[in-house]
Design a protein around this ligand. Sequence first.
Ligand code: GDP
Length: 310
Amino acid sequence: MLKSEKIYVAGHNGMVGSAIVRRLQSLGYDNIIVRSRRELDLTNQMAVREFLEQEKPSYIYLAAAKVGGIFANDTKRAEFLYENLMIEANVIHAAWQAGVNRLLFLGSSCIYPRDCPQPIKEDYLLTGPLESTNEPYAIAKIAGVKLCESYNAQYGTQYVSAMPTNLYGPNDNYDLTSSHVMPALIRKAHEAKNNGSVSLHVWGSGRPKREFLYVDDMAEACVFLMENDVKEGLFNIGVGEDVTIEELARTIMDVVGFSGEIIFDASKPDGTPRKLLNVDRMTSLGWKAKTDLRDGIALAYSKFLESHGH
Ligand code: GDP
């Protein structure tokens, strides 16, 4: 990849897109184009088509998506399905029309069946029913994977799909009704400490297990896939180990410096019991996550303090 080739990062204001831009810039790529949501509505087919026809980037990172935690996914089911289908159908189809041969499509580990064997291999896709709390989002992302595969098969494009495990880091969403567990618990532990509370509220039983990847590692993996000229396929991006939500809460409390008790809120859903990714495919290409969970939480917390004050 030449450092001067035009690269479009869709979703550059989000946690993943902004990390990809940081990674590309740090490697010296100097022709990165971005558009805010106000400048380009990716659910608008004509607007997307005109933009890509005009710009004709050599590479696209498709990190734009409607995303959220278990509560948002479960309650805004229509938007999660509709907006994600529109964004990916518009961008992938218009990319092909504009002659863009290289694209990286980003999804999430929730595309895999709820009860599939752990750790989850890429081959388990479409082998069983999905977790219901995020089924609309997962269906949209599976459609995106299939769009990439289909354009590759029919038209010879090189559209690759990367499915990260739960991500966290700078520019995460700390809104408690729409966030994922990591930012939610960082914020709750921070506020509990500041308010002199005696307890931290954790949704569900605390027993589900989740795997967490620092977003800068994810961005590194995405650029790695592009730079290594991977032609097609689905790639799990994770760390290869998971923790229970209770263990996560205790580590966050420790990093934040809050030492109250945990109260589990059984009125909130647990979601899928476990979704640990098998990362052999990436390991065999030579990529491995670097950031340890505790270090990553400390980095995320310091960014949270910068952006959300004290
Ligand atoms: P999921 O991985 O799609 O289930 O999404 P989340 O990251 O939102 O939730 C992961 C797990 O953490 C679920 O079992 C949640 O019930 C649990 N959890 C515990 N406390 C919280 C919280 O304050 N917010 C969120 N979003 N999840 C929480």
